[in-house]
Each structure stands twice: as structure tokens, then as C-alpha cells.
Design a protein around this ligand. Structure first.
Ligand code: SAH
Length: 203
């Protein structure tokens, strides 16, 4: 914690790829939007998303572990003002398929925070194959101008291959339809990275 405070005092622009991701989310998400948290974990990202979409918005929060859904529910009820609470739906299960009722082209932002649940079972980690399947579905539900944000952990076992597979996939997308970008810390070895995919407004 003390280290984090020290970092915040030293580097005011951003300290981590998550800070970077959050800055982009704030730019793109509007009150009343529908957003998807594809890996809700302990709910830190879900809380930020809830504040961005506000009471008129909706969040679909997915996780494969019931412990994560429980943890997110508790974290939101402890930290979210009742008057700001959006419609929140939990999808317990693999994110390779999002719930049927999400209309294609209806979602402003889909976020992934890959890897394993902090303080949870490190064996329950996101996997390249299901992550790529999920991304393909995310690309269909995202609206024109919407964004897919993927925080990767190449320092974790298997996380480097997962990140590389996502980069290769993103590199293959048409530049007329998708704008794909990669952020990496140059002087912090194995630190998390951020991949952003934005769907064009005319898509
Ligand atoms: N965003 C969270 C941290 C996410 S950690 C926070 O702010 O706290 C990564 C999460 O992905 C873990 O909770 C893990 O259970 C989940 N996960 C792993 N594989 C998954 C899959 N195939 N589908 C959905 N969630 C998955």
C-alpha cells in the first residue's frame, strides 16, 4: 500500500496499465451505457464501470468462479451508492459465450482483466483458447465506436502465450473496421500490459 501511495506521488499521470485502462474507459463510457466485465474477480473494475454507467446503465459481470461473483456482489454493495446503482446481471460461467440476451452491437465497452483471481486459486486462470473465443463474441456485441479493453499478465505462467495470441489476433483485424493498440511499460520487466480494440463508427 505504502509503495502504491509512493508511486502515486511520484508519477501523477499513471502508475499501472490498469490506471491507463481506466483512463480510456472514462473517455468512452457514458451514463446509461451497457458494459460487460468479462472477468469480474473481486469487483474492483465492476465498481468503476458501475460509477461510469450510473443508475440508467447496465452491467453484465461474468466470472467462472462463484467465489468471484460473491466477492464482487459484496464489494459493490459496500462501495456503491444506492442511487448510482445500475442494473447488474451476473453471468457465472465461462465468458467464451456471453448471455444470449445481449443484443449484437449494443455494448459500449467489454473489459478483460486476465490471469487469476488475486488471493484466489492460481490454477483457475484465463486460457488462450477461451479468451480468443470470448474476444470474437465481444467483437459482435460491441457497438460502432465501442471498445474492448484487455489487461494482460505476461509475467504469469502461460500469460505470455495468451498475450501473444491476442496480439497476433488483433494484428490480423481489418484496419478499416478495428483500431488496435498495445501499451507496454518499457522499463518494468514482466509488468502487465494493455490491449485496446476500438470498433470504427462506420462499422
Ligand atoms: N477484474 C478483477 C480481477 C480479475 S482476475 C478485479 O478487479 O478484481 C481474473 C478473473 O478471471 C478471475 O476471477 C477468474 O476466475 C476469471 N476467469 C478465469 N477464466 C475465466 C473464464 N473462462 N470465463 C470467465 N472468467 C474467467
Amino acid at each position: 500500500m505504502a509503495r502504491l501511495v509512493r508511486m502515486r506521488n511520484q508519477f501523477s499521470l499513471f502508475q499501472s496499465p490498469l490506471d491507463l485502462a481506466h483512463g480510456y474507459w472514462k473517455q468512452v463510457v457514458k451514463k446509461g451505457d451497457i458494459v460487460v466485465d468479462a472477468t469480474c474477480g473481486n469487483g474492483h473494475d465492476t465498481l468503476l464501470l458501475a460509477n461510469l454507467v450510473g443508475s440508467a446503465g447496465s452491467i453484465i459481470a461474468c466470472d467462472v468462479q462463484s467465489q468471484a461473483v460473491q466477492s464482487t456482489t459484496e464489494y459493490l454493495s459496500a462501495n456503491l451508492q444506492k442511487s448510482d446503482t445500475p442494473k447488474i446481471e451476473f453471468a457465472l460461467g465461462c465468458h467464451s459465450r456471453f448471455p444470449e440476451q445481449i443484443n449484437l452491437g449494443s455494448v459500449r465497452l467489454v473489459v478483460y482483466n486476465l490471469g487469476y483471481l488475486p488471493r484466489g486459486d492460481k490454477a483457475l486462470i484465463t486460457k488462450t483458447e477461451t479468451t480468443l473465443k470470448s474476444l470474437s463474441h465481444a467483437m459482435e456485441i460491441v457497438m460502432p465506436g465501442g471498445v474492448i479493453s484487455i489487461s494482460c499478465y505476461p509475467g504469469h505462467e502461460g500469460g505470455d502465450k495468451e498475450e501473444q495470441a491476442i496480439i497476433s489476433f488483433a494484428e490480423s483485424l481489418s484496419k478499416e473496421v478495428w483500431s488496435c493498440c498495445y501499451h507496454r511499460w518499457l522499463n518494468r520487466k514482466n509488468s502487465p500490459t494493455l490491449i485496446l480494440l476500438q470498433k470504427g463508427l462506420l462499422a
